[in-house]
Ligand binder design. Structure first.
Ligand SMILES: Cc1cc2nc3c(=O)[nH]c(=O)nc-3n(C[C@H](O)[C@H](O)[C@H](O)COP(=O)(O)OP(=O)(O)OC[C@H]3O[C@@H](n4cnc5c(N)ncnc54)[C@H](O)[C@@H]3O)c2cc1C
Length: 429
C-alpha cells in the first residue's frame, strides 16, 4: 500500500450542512432522525454497535454481524466517510478527517461531536499486556475465541492442576458490561463442556472483582442483590471492595491478597473521555467531557453540539446530576438534538423509564416504570426491550431468528480465532 499522503484541504462540505463525528449510538441516531435533511457522518466503522446485546455475540447466542447495524442502511439519507476525526478548526468551520490513505478537511455549518468514550485503564503492572477489554465487536469475538481455546488447552492437559488456570476466568468491573459478559460466557462454557467429556468434572472458576462495595451499582439494591445471588448460585466468586494489584501471563494478584492462576483477565472497569476531546479546544469538565448547555449546544459556541458518552449533558428532569453514560440517554439526547438542529431549540429533558439486564440464559432483571421483575420475566422484558429499540426491521428479524435457533439447537463451539488473519501465500510453503 502507498504511504499515507496529506492532501491540501479539498472543498468537501457536509451533506445538509451537518457534520457528525462519531457513528455510534448518539451520532448514528442523530443522522437517522435528521432523515431527508441529510448529514455527513465520520466514523472509523461503517456500522453502529448495539452494545447491550454485545455479550450475546461473545457467547454465540447471536451472530456477531447481527449486533451491529450498517450505518448506510440505518441512515439512508446520510453520507458516510469512513475515517477518524483528528482535528477541528472552528475559524474555517472544518474538521480534519484521516482515512487509511489520506487526510482531508470537511466543512460544516453545524458540527455534532459524538465520539463516545474509551476504556479506562489504570497503571496496574501487566494490565495493558495481559488484560482484554470488552467494548467493541472485535473484543467480543476475541473473547469468545479465547475462551474456547482455553477449553481446548485444558482438555489437552493431563495434569488437572495445570488445567485449572485454563478454566479460570477473572472479570474486573462489575457494571453492566462485566456482569452480562461473565454471565453469558459462563453459559457458553457450561454448554460447551458437554462436548469435552474429560473436563466435565473439572472445576471452573469464575471471579468477578470490583472496587465498589456491591455489584451493578446502577440498579436498585433489591435487584442488585438478586443478580449477585444468581451469579453466586452458579459458582461465581464475587469479590467486592477489592482491586486488581497485578497481572502476568500466569495469573492475577488481587488487593485482598488472593493469587489466582489464570490466562483470562477481562477488564470492564469503566470508561473515560475520548482523548481527542482534549485537542479540539472545546470547553471540558473535570472528567474531560465536553460541556453543553441544556439544548445540547457546546457552551459558548453557536454551531457546535455534543452528546452521548463524550459530553456532560444536563437534564432538566434530573437537575441534581448530569446524564449517566447509557444507550437510553444517548438515544433521547439524539432525539432532542435532531429536533434542535431543525427547529426551535428546546432544553433536553428525559426521565428514565427503567433499567434492564440479562444474566445469561432465561435469567434477567428489569426495573420498568417502578415494576421490578427478575428471573425469566426479567429476562423476557430485557430481550423484548432491546428488540424494540434495535433499529431496522431486518436486524430485528435476524436477532429473533438467532434467538429462536438457540432455543432448539446446541451452541456452536467452533473456535474461529484465525478469522480475518489469513496466513498469506508465503505461509503455504
Ligand atoms: C459491553 C457494553 C454493554 C453496554 N450495555 C449497556 C446497556 O445494557 N444499556 C445501556 O443503556 N448502555 C449500555 N452500554 C453503554 C452504551 O453503549 C453507551 O452509553 C452508548 O454507546 C453511548 O453512545 P455514544 O454514541 O456516545 O458512544 P459510542 O456508541 O461508543 O459511539 C462512539 C463512536 O465514535 C466513534 N469514534 C471514535 N473515535 C472517533 C474518531 N476519532 N472519529 C470519528 N469517530 C470516532 C466510535 O468508533 C464509535 O462508533 C454498554 C456499553 C458497553 C461497552
Amino acid at each position: 500500500m502507498s504511504e499515507r499522503t496529506v492532501v491540501a484541504p479539498l472543498e468537501r462540505r457536509a451533506r445538509g450542512g451537518t457534520l457528525i463525528v462519531g457513528g455510534g449510538f448518539a451520532g448514528g441516531y442523530v443522522a437517522r432522525l435528521l432523515g431527508r435533511r441529510g448529514a455527513t457522518i465520520v466514523s472509523p466503522e461503517n456500522f453502529m454497535l448495539y452494545t447491550p446485546i454485545l455479550p450475546e455475540a461473545a457467547s454465540g447466542s447471536l451472530e456477531p454481524r447481527h449486533v451491529v447495524v450498517p450505518l448506510r442502511l440505518m441512515c439512508p439519507h446520510a453520507e458516510l466517510l469512513l475515517g477518524r476525526g483528528v482535528g477541528l478548526d472552528e475559524k474555517t468551520r472544518t474538521v480534519q478527517v484521516e482515512t487509511d490513505a489520506t487526510v482531508f478537511s470537511v466543512g460544516y455549518e453545524q458540527l455534532v461531536v459524538a465520539l463516545g468514550a474509551v476504556v479506562r485503564t489504570l497503571p496496574i503492572p501487566g494490565l495493558a499486556e495481559h488484560g482484554v477489554g470488552f467494548k467493541t465487536l472485535a473484543d467480543a469475538i476475541h473473547l469468545r475465541n479465547h475462551v474456547l481455546r482455553e477449553l481446548e488447552a485444558a482438555d489437552a492437559e493431563l495434569d488437572p492442576a495445570r488445567a485449572e488456570p485454563h478454566l479460570t476466568f477473572v472479570f474486573v468491573g462489575a457494571g453492566y458490561a462485566g456482569v452480562e459478559a461473565l454471565a453469558e460466557l459462563s453459559d457458553l462454557v457450561r454448554d460447551a463442556l458437554r462436548h469435552y467429556p474429560r473436563l466435565r468434572d473439572r472445576r471452573q472458576h469464575w471471579v468477578l472483582v470490583d472496587a465498589a462495595p456491591k455489584i451493578l451499582p446502577e440498579i436498585p439494591t433489591r435487584l442488585g442483590h438478586y443478580a449477585a445471588q444468581q451469579l453466586v448460585e452458579r459458582g461465581t466468586d464475587i469479590r467486592v471492595s477489592t482491586t486488581l494489584t497485578s497481572v502476568d501471563a500466569e495469573g492475577v494478584v488481587l488487593s485482598d491478597g488472593a493469587q489466582i492462576p489464570t490466562h483470562t483477565l477481562v477488564w470492564t472497569a469503566g470508561v473515560r473521555a475520548h482523548p481527542l476531546l482534549a485537542e479540539l479546544g472545546l470547553p471540558l469538565d473535570d472528567r474531560g467531557r465536553v460541556r453543553v448547555d441544556p439544548t445540547l449546544r457546546v457552551e459558548g459556541r453557536e454551531s457546535v453540539w455534543a452528546l452521548g458518552d463524550c459530553a456532560r449533558v444536563p437534564n432538566e428532569a434530573t437537575p441534581e446530576h448530569p446524564d449517566p453514560p447509557t444507550c437510553q440517554h444517548a438515544l433521547r439526547q439524539a432525539r432532542r438534538l435532531a429536533r434542535n438542529l431543525q427547529s426551535l431549540r428546546r432544553p433536553y429533558r428525559y426521565r428514565m423509564l427503567g433499567q434492564v439486564a440479562t444474566l445469561g440464559r432465561y435469567q434477567g432483571i428489569a426495573d420498568v416504570l417502578g415494576l421490578r421483575l427478575r428471573g425469566f420475566p426479567g429476562w423476557f422484558i430485557t430481550r423484548s426491550y432491546h428488540l424494540y429499540q434495535l433499529p431496522l426491521f431486518s436486524r430485528k428479524l435476524r436477532v429473533v431468528v438467532d434467538w429462536t435457533v438457540a432455543l432448539f439447537f446446541r451452541r456452536d463451539i467452533a473456535e474461529l480465532g484465525g478469522l480475518g488473519h489469513p496466513q498469506g501465500l508465503r505461509a503455504q510453503r
